[in-house]
Ligand binder design. Structure first.
Ligand code: LMR
Length: 396
């Protein structure tokens, strides 16, 4: 049976990581996969996570099955983090959150859930979007279409194009929106633009699916959830896929949440039963470790405050790097305007290089970024920024 298979290329993002690891050039720079790195280029375990891990080792009493919903404490804490404690979807008891294996796991069960609502449904994603969105939605049997989002020429948001496209979407369709820190462009909506999107979502009646993989990496935990919370106030039904990979640094623990909002408490219970039956036939139940750490951190004032500090440190370093690379490009004689990098948010920015220039950076300078010239800003450090700026100046 296997003889009919044809080898597939490595994943455009994860494949880069493998190449980077094999590269022996001491000057190599990893600007590929979206993981936070400190000034020394390391992705260390957060202190609050270390403490929660010790607590778990000392207090865990059983490894018995946890069930498809995962941990209720984690789910409740995640819902409060996403919506804020007093959001009406919580006070009206219209939201159900389950633990999921990371953002990807959450998106995949959401996709299967949409298919259960309507076989062959269409989901609209931004152009561009995270490289894995299209594949995972198609793998679940959804039709994927795109709406305009990034204006490549002006390095800006194509907001008029986006809004016009969303007005034409069918009420039976789903629309994927990046809640913050748009991946890959780093270009986010402002509060007025979110209001307009919320109004369109309400008037058209499509199903908003909010992907929030980077809460806290843009402007702050509440600021980054502004648009999501606004839409949740306006519409009757919505899905939120969230991830703890980045903001808790729990990449390999695979933990996130999938939240369904329904028109009523009764309706969302029915929807949740469908979601849980989907979980059961895919992976049965989520891993427990990451959820246990997050719930320990979020339910302790001391650990929560430590997490706020550590998250702010990551966010501030990334934002500082944005200005740093812009200044260094100027210092190295680059006349092209790269100031747009400082107007973007989160882990990524599009440099606007050609695929050939990106390849040249990789082949000749051991600088790794995704082919679209998406650069993971966290990989920039004082020790490599001159080399990076000089290399970019050369390929330009
Ligand atoms: C990224 O976009 O680099 C991250 O979300 C990691 C991934 O799984 O692609």
């Amino acid at each position: 049976m296997f003889a009919s298979l044809k080898a597939l290329p490595a994943d455009p993002i994860l494949g880069l990581l493998a190449k980077y690891r094999e590269d022996t050039n001491p000057k190599k720079i990893d600007l590929g996969v979206g993981v936070y790195k400190n000034e020394a280029g390391e992705t260390t375990v957060l202190n609050c996570v270390k403490t929660a891990e010790q607590y778990r080792t000392d207090n865990e009493t059983s490894k018995v099955y946890i069930g498809p919903t995962g941990s209720s404490l984690f789910n409740n804490e995640m819902a409060k983090l996403i919506f804020g404690e007093t959001h009406k979807v919580l006070t009206e008891n219209r939201a159900r959150t389950i633990s999921a294996p990371g953002g990807t796991g959450s998106l995949r069960v959401a996709a299967e859930f949409i298919k259960s609502c309507k076989a062959g449904a269409t989901i609209w994603v931004s152009n561009p979007t995270w490289a894995n969105h299209t594949g995972l939605f198609q793998a679940a049997g959804l039709i994927v279409k795109t709406y305009p989002y990034y204006d490549y020429e002006n390095k800006n948001l194509d907001f008029d194009g986006m809004l016009a496209a969303l007005k034409q979407v069918s009420p039976d369709d789903a629309v994927l929106l990046h809640a913050c820190c748009h991946n890959p462009s780093g270009m986010d909506l402002n509060n007025e633009q979110w209001q307009q999107v919320a109004d369109v979502a309400k008037s058209v009646g499509f199903l908003p699916v909010l992907d929030m993989a980077y809460q806290g990496f843009g402007q702050g935990l509440d600021e980054d959830a502004y648009g999501l919370r606004l839409i949740a106030e306006s519409v009757k039904e919505m899905i939120v896929c969230s991830s703890c990979s980045k903001n808790f640094g729990l990449y390999r623990e695979r933990i996130g949440g999938c939240t369904i909002i329904g028109e009523s408490s009764l309706q969302v219970d029915i929807a949740n039963s469908v979601l849980l039956s989907i979980v059961r036939v895919i992976y049965s139940m989520p891993p427990a470790h990451g959820a246990a750490l997050v719930e320990t951190i979020l339910s302790s004032d001391e650990l929560r405050n430590e997490w706020y500090r550590e998250l702010a440190e990551m966010r501030n370093r990334i934002n500082g790097n944005r200005q740093l690379i812009v200044d260094k490009l100027i210092e190295n004689g680059v006349t092209r305007d790269f100031s747009f990098i400082t107007r973007q948010a989160g882990m990524f920015s599009f440099l606007g290089l050609t695929p050939a220039q990106v390849q040249q950076l990789q082949d000749e300078y051991s600088i790794y970024m995704v082919g679209s010239s998406r650069m993971s800003i966290a990989g920039i450090a004082n020790r490599n920024v001159d080399y990076l700026a000089q290399s970019i100046a050369k390929v330009l």
